[in-house]
Design a protein around this ligand. Structure first.
Ligand code: GUN
Length: 293
């Protein structure tokens, strides 16, 4: 089965759109800070903006030059923290090399941190406390699996990659004592030995390392489930644009061996965006209940 992330994401977006229609008064609002002109970030922010607007979430984009100083960026975050009409604050990563992302992530008010990157939200997820925000890509992968009726309890999930955005939070999420968790999780990374043998042990192999077609057919057990988080641009002169987007998995050769696989594009990517909308809606609902607006 090729898991249709685009369709599942569209279904979730429709649910979010219908929920937002139930509210009168101010609309949910996401503020996006985009520093510099990193090409991939420009594309991601455009997609996020289009998706927000299609469900009725307002978007404020704050563009800043790559030469910005950290204090100016922190001042912008403080203003958004204090703005009662803003429900979510997203600082698109990566930031320019001279800006350490850690103090930036710390500066975002945890109840507006719809990316789920603030240490308070990361900690809540790790200890299994509800009410925090869960990072969009891990949450999107959990939704993809559950909406595809894939049972997780007792499965061996092997995650390749240990980033703060995907690998680490995903491991925490899938090992939790929850109906969509309860998996046995192995996290592998660039220093792991016997990578191929580890991959062959996976019931579910989730790959987030940013290397085109890294996972080949000989690394995959017959009947495994493959989730490909990679988004890589490779030259392809046969395409009109001269390039092609591929995942971290050699899809053509791996697909015949597995029971389920996500394509790139059209797999995890649209789910990440759907979860951003979901987190923003949750923040809006929380804020209305707290009567902050
Ligand atoms: N860069 C790549 N993925 C993400 C994400 O989920 N959130 C933010 N803010 N930046 C990213």
């Amino acid at each position: 089965v090729i898991i249709d992330g685009k369709k599942i994401a569209n279904d979730i977006q429709a649910e979010i759109r219908n929920t937002i229609l139930l509210f009168s008064g101010r609309k949910p609002c996401l503020a996006v800070i985009l520093v510099g002109n990193h090409l991939a970030s420009e594309i991601y922010v455009k997609r996020k903006t289009q998706a927000c607007e299609s469900v009725g979430i307002l978007v404020i984009i704050k563009r800043m030059p790559s030469t910005i100083q950290i204090n100016d960026l922190l001042a912008e975050i403080t203003a958004l923290n204090e703005d009662p009409s803003v429900d979510g604050i997203l600082v698109q990563l990566p930031l320019p090399a001279h800006i350490n992302p850690m103090p930036i992530i710390h500066a975002i008010q945890p109840d507006k941190d719809i990316d789920g990157f603030h240490p308070l939200n990361v900690g809540k997820m790790l200890i299994g406390e509800t009410g925090g925000f869960i990072p969009c890509t891990p949450l999107g992968i959990q939704f993809l699996l559950s909406r595809s009726s894939i049972e997780m309890t007792g499965k061996h999930v092997v995650i390749l990659g240990r980033s703060n955005i995907v690998g680490k939070p995903l491991a925490a999420l899938l090992m939790q004592n929850t109906p969509d968790g309860n998996a046995t999780v192995t996290v592998a990374h660039r220093h792991s030995t016997n990578l191929k043998e580890l991959c062959l042990l996976a019931d579910i192999l989730i790959v987030a390392i940013g290397q085109p077609k890294f996972i080949t057919a000989n690394m995959v057990r017959d009947g495994a489930i493959i989730i490909d988080v990679g988004i890589n641009k490779i030259d392809n002169p046969t395409q009109i644009q001269g390039y092609q987007i591929v995942g971290d998995v050699d899809f053509i050769n791996v697909e015949p061996k597995c029971s389920y696989i996500t394509p790139v594009p059209g797999g995890v990517g649209p789910m990440t965006i759907a979860m951003l909308l979901r987190n923003t809606l949750i923040s809006y609902q929380n804020r209305l209940q707290l009567n902050k607006t």
